[in-house]
Design a protein around this ligand. Structure first.
Ligand code: HEM
Length: 400
C-alpha cells in the first residue's frame, strides 16, 4: 500500500494536490521559513533560505531516496557525482565536462530544430494529440539518446519513468513501484555496461565514447564512475526536460496571451524557458545535510541535520518575485533584477545540462509560437504521482 504524506506532515505532498501544490506551499511559506517534517528532514520554504543552502558547499547532497528511507533494499547503482562532495564531486564533474562541452551542445541546434519541426508537423496534422506522448516525451528522449549514443530508445522510454519515480522517498512508493524501479535500474545498468564496452572497442562521435576517452592530469573515469555518469545524464537529462516541455505547454494553454507575446517577439522564447522553470519547476525539491553546525536565517542547524529545499515553493516566493503566481514570459527578458529561479538549483550541483535544456525549450517554444495559432484542452489532465520530478502524464491538446 502506498503511504501518502498526511496533512499534519505536509499537505502539499498529498496526491490530490499534485495538480496545484502551490497554494499549499504558500500557506506554509507564509507561516514559516522552516517546517519540521517529523521524519528527520526539515522543509525549507522561502527563496532566500533555499538560495543560501544551495549556494554553500558546507551542505552535502545525499541521495534523496536513501535519505528519506535509508534501510530500503535497493539495487546497487554506483553513486553519481550528483550525490558527492568535493573533492570527488569536483574531480568527476571536471572529467565529465571534458566530454560534455558547450560545443557538443550548440552542435545539436540543427538536429533539435529539425526534430521539433517533425514533432509539430505530426501533431498539427493530427490536430488532437496527447501532448506528453506526442511532443514532451520524444523530444528530450531522442536528443539525450543521440547525444549519449544510446540506440535503444524503447528501453529508455520503458525504464525512464520508473527511475524518475525512484527519486521519491521509498515510503511513498508502492511495492510494485519499488520492484519496477529496481528492475529498471538493472536493465539500464546492463545496457550501459554493454554500450561502454562496445564504444571502448569502436568509439563513435557520442558522449559515451567521449567519456571512455577523457583523461585529465593522469585521471580517468573508472567503470563505476562512467556507469553512474551515464545513468545520471540519461535520467537527469530526460525525465526533467519532459516536464519542462509538458509544464510549458500547459502554461501556454492557460495563458494564450503569453504565446501571442512570443509570436510577436521571438526573442522571448529563451526567457520563456526560464519562466517555465520558475513558474512550474520540473524539479520540486532537493535535499542537503549540514557538514558542520550552520546558520541559515535565524536558525542554527546542527551537523548532520537534513533539510529539504522546496524549489517549487521558493520559486513562487513573493519576497523574491513580483506577482509570483503569474506566468510572464517577459520576466527574465526585461529585468536583470529578477532573482534567479532555483529550477536548475545553484552552487556546485547546478544543473550540468542547463544549456541543453534551455536550447530544447527555446527552439520548441519559438516554433510553437510561430506555427500554432490556438491551443485547446481536449480532455482531462493526468499528473504523475511523482513528488521530486513533478509533471504531467497526460495532456490532451488540440493544436491548430
Ligand atoms: C529542464 C530540464 C532540467 C532540469 C529542470 C534540471 C534540473 C536539475 C537540478 C535541479 C539539478 C540539481 C540537483 C540537486 O542539486 O539536487 C540538476 C543537476 C544535474 N543535471 Fe539537470 N536538469 C535538467 C536537464 C538536464 C539535462 C538535459 C542534463 C544532461 C544532458 C542534465 C544533467 C544534470 C547533471 C549531470 C546534474 C548533476 C550536477 C552535479 O551534481 O554537479 N540536466 N539538474
Amino acid at each position: 500500500m502506498t503511504t501518502e504524506l498526511s496533512p499534519p506532515v505536509f499537505d502539499a505532498f498529498a496526491l490530490q494536490h499534485r495538480p496545484d501544490p502551490y497554494s499549499r506551499y504558500a500557506l506554509v511559506r507564509e507561516a514559516t521559513p522552516f517546517l519540521d517534517s517529523g521524519f528527520g528532514v526539515e522543509f525549507v520554504t522561502r527563496h532566500a533560505e533555499c538560495t543560501q543552502i544551495l549556494s554553500e558547499t558546507l551542505w552535502s547532497h545525499r541521495d534523496e531516496a536513501e535519505l528519506f528511507h535509508p534501510d530500503a533494499a535497493k539495487v546497487d547503482l554506483p553513486t553519481s557525482f550528483l550525490w558527492m562532495d568535493p573533492p570527488d564531486h569536483t574531480r568527476l564533474r571536471r572529467l565529465v565536462s571534458k566530454a560534455f562541452t558547450p560545443k557538443s551542445v550548440t552542435d545539436l541546434r540543427p538536429r533539435i530544430t529539425a526534430l521539433v519541426g517533425e514533432l509539430l508537423d505530426a501533431a498539427l496534422e493530427k490536430g488532437t494529440v496527447e501532448a506528453i506522448e506526442a511532443i514532451a516525451y520524444p523530444l528530450p528522449l531522442i536528443v539525450i539518446c543521440e547525444l549519449l549514443g544510446v540506440e535503444d530508445t524503447e528501453l529508455v522510454h520503458r525504464v525512464g519513468p520508473h527511475l524518475a519515480r525512484g527519486f521519491d522517498p521509498d515510503f511513498v512508493l508502492s511495492p510494485e513501484e519499488c520492484t519496477n524501479r529496481d528492475q529498471a535500474s538493472r536493465d539500464i545498468l546492463q545496457h550501459f555496461r554493454e554500450l561502454i564496452a562496445l564504444r571502448r572497442r569502436e568509439p563513435k562521435n557520442d558522449l559515451v565514447s567521449g567519456l571512455t576517452q577523457v583523461y585529465d592530469s593522469g585521471d580517468v573515469l573508472t567503470e563505476d564512475e562512467m556507469l553512474a555518469t551515464c545513468v545520471t545524464m540519461l535520467i537527469a537529462g530526460h525525465e526533467t526536460t519532459v516536464n519542462m516541455v509538458g509544464n510549458g505547454l500547459l502554461a501556454f494553454l492557460r495563458n494564450p496571451e503569453q504565446l501571442a507575446l512570443v509570436r510577436a517577439n521571438p526573442e522571448l522564447s529563451g526567457p520563456a524557458v526560464d519562466e517555465v522553470l520558475r513558474y512550474d519547476s520540473p524539479v520540486h525539491m532537493t535535499t542537503r545535510t549540514a557538514k558542520q553546525d550552520l546558520v541559515v536565517g535565524d536558525r542554527t542547524f546542527a551537523e548532520g541535520h537534513n533539510v529539504c529545499v522546496l524549489v517549487g515553493s521558493a520559486n513562487r516566493d513573493p519576497r523574491a518575485f513580483e506577482d509570483p503566481d503569474a506566468f510572464d514570459v517577459t520576466r527574465y527578458a526585461s529585468s536583470a533584477a529578477t532573482p534567479r529561479h532555483l529550477g536548475f538549483a545553484l552552487g556546485i550541483h547546478y544543473c550540468m545540462g542547463a544549456a541543453l535544456a534551455r536550447l530544447e525549450g527555446d527552439i520548441l517554444f519559438e516554433q510553437l509560437a510561430q506555427r500554432v495559432r490556438t491551443i485547446d484542452q481536449a480532455g482531462d489532465l493526468v499528473y504523475r504521482p511523482n513528488l521530486l520530478i513533478r509533471g504531467l502524464r497526460e495532456l490532451p491538446l488540440t493544436l491548430t
